[in-house]
Each structure stands twice: as C-alpha cells, then as structure tokens.
Design a binder for this molecule. Sequence first.
Ligand SMILES: C[S@@+](CC[C@H](N)C(=O)[O-])C[C@H]1O[C@@H](n2cnc3c(N)ncnc32)[C@H](O)[C@@H]1O
Length: 258
Amino acid sequence: MATKKNLVANRAALTHKVRYAIGHPHRIAPYVKRAARDRWLAFKHPDHVGYYRAVMASDTRRNPEAAVGSQTHDRWLALGKMQFDYLREHGLTPQSRMLDIGCGNLRAGWHFIDHLEPGHYYGIDISPDILIAAKQTLTTQGLQEKVPHLTITQDLTLDFLPDAYFDVVHAHSVFSHSPIEIIDECLAHVGRVLAPGGFFDFTFDRTTGTEHQVLREDFYYRTETLIALAATYGLKARFMDDWETRRHGQSKIRVTAS
Ligand SMILES: C[S@@+](CC[C@H](N)C(=O)[O-])C[C@H]1O[C@@H](n2cnc3c(N)ncnc32)[C@H](O)[C@@H]1O
C-alpha cells in the first residue's frame, strides 16, 4: 500500500502549525524542544552544511537509526530493503558501480554493499558521526571483505571522484533536507561522474503548492522546479511513478545525461 502524501500543506504557515498542534497536542513539547535546539545550532552554524552536520551529531548521539529517519529498528530494516529492492528492479547488478550520496548509517547501504562486488560501493556523507555509525553497521553485517568506500564530504562538487565512473548515483532522503543551492550544486556536477547509460535517482519531499521549509531541516519542492533545474545542466529528469506505490512519504526523480 502506498503512503498517502499531503501534497498541498504548507507546513511553514502559522495556520497549518496551529491546526496541527490542536490535532496532535502530544507533539507540541517535542516540537518546541527541537525548534529551540535547531535555533541554537543555526546560530552557531550559519552555513547549511555546518548546521545540518550539527543536527546529525546531536541526533546520532541519541540514536543513529532515528537520525536517518527511522523511529524503530523494524522500520530501519524496511526502509533499507525498500531502497535496495527498487534499485535491483531497476537493473542494479553486482558489477554496477554505485555512489550513495548521504549514505547515513548504511540503512540501505549494507544491502548495496552485500550485493555489489568488492570496492563497487562509494558512500559519502557530511556527518562524521553518522559515518562512524556506518562503520558499525558494516561490522555488524560482517561486510568487511567488500571494502566499501565511506568518505566524508563538505560539498557536492564531487571533485575527488573520476569522470564517467558510476552506473548508479543515489541520494535517498538527502534533498528532503537540502536547500536548493545544494541540489543545484549536485546537479551541476553529477553528470561528470555518471558512466555512459548511468542514472542518478534522488528522493524529495514533494509539494504541489508553495515550496517551503521547516526548521531548515525539511524542504518541500515542486517536481517541475527540480526537473527544470536538472535541464539547466543538460540533464534529463523524470518523475518515477512506480516509486509512488511504495510505503514512503517522499517522491523520486531519475536524472540521466541524455
Ligand atoms: C535521512 S538520512 C538518509 C540516509 C540514507 N540515505 C538512508 O536512506 O538511510 C540523510 C543523510 O544525508 C546526509 N546529508 C545531508 N545533507 C547532505 C549533503 N549536502 N551532502 C551529503 N550528505 C548529506 C545526512 O548527514 C544524513 O546522513
């Protein structure tokens, strides 16, 4: 069963917040706590990457699985498998070379690493804390022989990676936490690292109404904004209808070089 998405709400609007608070009074205190923490972190880290890295450090300290968005271990397992099953259905083979942008604690990454030939998985993330948790997942799953790359990054210029190398580039639940400048930077550079015939899949929080953000943590975009942005870099982008049937709140776009 597909997850029902609310595509019209503007979560940044005061009216939405008040209505939501009346319907979910138990969520008011945690929201206020999170908003206060986020304000403090934003004050200390004016740039988005620095800010989000601090959010991840704080969340990962409490629970790495919750830090990547899964409130229970069962959901963490299910979300990882969902990503893996989708890409396998879309042609991911053991020989594929994969770049996983915002790999987190390898919720999906451990499936990819298990499936791919040694050295074929490359995970990058802005958060050192979540990458330490990623190494823990790798160890728990006994995947040392697969020698994946797990690398910290400051930006998405991908300048340390070779030309025309990756068959699959993937960013799950990363642009849902990214201002448009970061998505723009990624789209400006991803074409260079895509192998011939390769594709870049990313998920995003979709709105059909006003684009907005909440606490600088969650960003909502219109499909046409992202497709048009890809086109400015000569990339083709299409909305993946078959992802909509999965139990996931975000939508997916696939980008190809032509
Ligand atoms: C919600 S988690 C998802 C992790 C993983 N993709 C998954 O599905 O399990 C988002 C991850 O993206 C990372 N991230 C956020 N912004 C990033 C950026 N600009 N570049 C690279 N990683 C980023 C975060 O540190 C976090 O680990």
